[in-house]
Design a protein around this ligand. Structure first.
Ligand code: TYD
Length: 137
C-alpha cells in the first residue's frame, strides 16, 4: 500500500550548453520507476485554480514543472505532504494509491505528466471518503 514515504523527487539529467545556448533535459526509461504509456500536460491554470483532487488505483505518475511552479499536496490517507515543483530538471514520482491536489500555479506554469498507463476513468478515486475507506481496509 502506497505511503507518502514512497514519494520522491527524482533528478532529471540536465545538459548545459557550453556555448550558453541553454539547457537540455531528457527522461529515459532508467530515470523513472515505470514504463511510460501516456504523456499529458496542464497549462493555462488560473492562479486561484486547483487540479487533481483524486487518487489512482493502479496508475503511477511522474510530474515535472516544465515551466513556472505549482504545489502538489499528497495524501496517503494517514498523512499529507506538500511538494513545490519549480525546476524542469526535478520531477515528483507519485505511485498509485495517493490522493493529490495541485494548486498555487504561477503564471505560465506547465505541468508535464508521464503516466504508466492509458487513460481509464475506472482507475480513479474521485471521492475522498471512498479513497479513505479503501486505504483503511
Ligand atoms: P483529470 O485527470 O481529472 O484532471 P486533473 O487531475 O488535472 O484535474 O482529467 C480532467 C478531464 O480530462 C477528465 O474529464 C478526464 C479527461 N482526461 C482524458 O480524457 N485523458 C487523459 O489522459 C486525462 C489525464 C484526462
Amino acid at each position: 500500500m502506497s505511503n507518502i514515504k514512497n514519494l520522491k523527487i527524482i533528478s532529471i539529467p540536465k545538459i548545459s550548453d557550453p556555448e550558453g545556448r541553454g539547457n537540455l533535459s531528457f527522461v529515459e526509461k532508467n530515470i523513472i520507476p515505470f514504463k511510460i504509456k501516456r504523456v499529458y500536460y496542464l497549462y493555462d491554470v488560473p492562479s486561484d485554480g486547483s487540479r487533481g483532487g483524486h487518487a489512482h488505483k493502479k496508475l503511477n505518475q511522474f510530474l515535472i514543472a516544465l515551466s513556472g511552479s505549482f504545489d502538489v499536496i499528497v495524501d496517503d490517507g494517514s498523512s499529507k505532504k506538500t511538494f513545490t515543483l519549480n525546476k524542469p530538471n526535478k520531477g515528483l514520482f507519485i505511485p498509485n494509491g495517493i490522493w493529490r491536489e495541485m494548486e498555487n500555479f504561477s503564471a505560465g506554469a506547465i505541468c508535464l505528466v508521464l503516466a504508466s498507463d492509458y487513460f481509464d476513468e475506472s482507475d480513479y478515486f474521485r471521492d475522498y471518503k471512498r479513497f479513505i475507506q479503501f486505504k483503511h481496509i
